[in-house]
Design a protein around this ligand. Structure first.
Ligand SMILES: *Cc1c(COP(=O)(O)O)cnc(C)c1O
Length: 327
C-alpha cells in the first residue's frame, strides 16, 4: 500500500465530482473539457487544502500535538480550511493573520469567526516576518506546556493529499470511460501541483500535466516542485517510473502583473464559467488557471480530440472580497 504507515485523518468520505463542461466546450470547439470539482467538499466549503490537511492532521496527531497553528493573510483559504478541519475533529486551532483587525467581517474571516476560531491579527507584514512570528508564537506555546503543530510547514506531508487525488482522478476517469490526456492544475506554493504530478508519474500513462503558475516564475516554481517531489520519493520510498520532465509543462505567462492581481483574461474566465456553466471561481488562483487552459485549447496545444481535466481548487469565499474587480 502506497500510504501504509503514514498517518492520515480522513476528512473526505467520497470522491469529488468530475464534470463535463459541454457549454464552454462548444464555445471553445472542444467537446472534451472536464473539471475536477475540488471546490465541492462536505466541510468548511471545501478546497484543495482539505486533502493536504488529511495528512497534516495525521502527522499532528501522531506527534501528539494539541494545538494547530496556521498563518496567512485575512483572505487565506488555508486558514479557513485548517480551522474547519480542526472544528470537525475537535482540536484547538489558532489563526495568525498578517493584517490588522478589519472593521467588517466577510469572506473567509467571517467563516472563521462563525467557527469560533481563536484569531490573532498581527498587523500588516510580509510573508517572511509572518513566518518568524509564527515560530516565536509556537515557542511561547511550548513554554506554556502546549504542543503546537504548524500547518503547511512540511510541504511534503501536505502534498500526499494530491498524490491521493491523482489516484482518485485516474480511477474516476477510467470508470467514466474518459480517455484523459491532459490535466491542468494551479501552480503556487507546491504541495498541490507536486502531489498530483507525483501521482500521475506513478499511474497516469499518457498524461500531460499543464501547471499554470499564479505566483512565481517558472524557474522558481520548478525548484519548489522538484524539492517536494524528491521529498515524496523519500517519504514513500518509491521513485516513479516517469520524471517531472516527462509529464509536466510549466507556464508563467498567465500571471499578469502579479499574484492575486486580475488580468483581462482571468476576469473573462470567471464570467464565462458563471454564465455558461453556473460554476463560480475566485480570482487569485482558479481564474488564471482557466484563462491558461482556455488559451491552450484555443491554440491547439490541447488537441480538441483529446480530453482535458482542469482542477477547480476552491477558494470561493475569497470571491466575495473581490467584488470591485467586476464593477
Ligand atoms: C492554496 C490554494 C492553491 C494553491 O495551492 P498550492 O499547494 O500552494 O499550489 C490553489 N487554489 C486555491 C483555492 C488555494 O487556496
Amino acid at each position: 500500500m502506497l500510504f501504509s504507515g503514514i498517518p492520515r485523518v480522513k476528512l473526505l468520505e467520497e470522491e469529488t465530482p468530475i464534470q463535463h463542461l459541454n457549454n464552454v466546450g462548444s464555445i471553445m470547439g472542444n467537446n472534451n473539457i472536464f473539471v475536477k470539482r475540488d471546490d465541492l467538499m462536505p466541510i468548511g466549503m471545501g478546497g484543495n487544502k482539505i486533502r493536504c490537511l488529511e495528512f497534516w492532521l495525521g502527522d499532528a496527531i501522531q506527534k501528539k500535538c494539541d494545538v494547530l497553528l496556521v498563518a496567512g493573510a485575512s483572505v487565506s483559504n488555508q486558514c479557513r480550511l485548517a480551522a474547519a478541519a480542526a472544528a470537525k475533529i475537535g482540536m484547538r486551532c489558532i489563526i495568525l493573520h498578517s493584517s490588522n483587525k478589519p472593521e467588517k467581517y466577510n469572506g473567509n474571516i467571517l467563516l472563521n469567526k462563525l467557527m469560533g476560531t481563536e484569531t490573532i491579527f498581527l498587523g500588516e507584514m510580509d510573508e517572511y516576518t509572518r513566518k518568524e512570528y509564527t515560530r516565536k508564537y509556537a515557542d511561547e506555546l511550548r513554554e506554556k506546556g502546549f504542543k503546537p503543530y504548524i500547518i503547511a510547514d512540511d510541504r511534503v506531508t501536505g502534498s500526499l493529499g494530491y498524490v491521493n487525488s491523482a489516484l482518485e482522478l485516474v480511477h474516476q476517469a477510467e470508470s467514466k470511460n474518459i480517455d484523459l490526456k491532459h490535466v491542468v492544475i494551479c501552480g503556487s506554493e507546491g504541495p498541490t501541483e507536486t502531489g498530483l504530478l507525483y501521482g500521475l508519474c506513478l499511474f497516469g500513462n499518457a498524461f500531460k500535466v499543464h501547471v499554470v503558475s499564479v505566483e512565481y516564475e517558472v524557474s522558481h516554481l520548478k525548484k519548489l516542485v522538484s524539492g517536494i517531489f524528491d521529498g515524496i520519493c523519500e517519504k514513500l520510498n518509491l521513485v516513479p517510473p516517469r520524471k517531472i520532465e516527462d509529464v509536466a509543462v510549466f507556464y508563467d505567462n498567465y500571471i499578469g502583473e502579479g499574484y492575486a492581481k486580475p488580468t483581462e483574461q482571468s476576469l473573462e474566465a470567471v464570467k464565462l464559467l458563471a454564465q455558461k456553466e453556473a460554476i463560480f471561481i475566485e480570482n487569485t488562483y482558479n481564474s488564471k488557471v482557466f484563462a491558461g487552459m482556455f488559451d491552450l485549447v484555443k491554440k491547439g496545444v490541447i488537441d480538441p480530440n483529446e480530453a482535458v481535466c482542469c482542477y477547480i481548487t476552491g477558494g470561493i469565499p475569497a470571491l466575495f472580497k473581490q467584488a470591485d474587480f467586476f464593477i
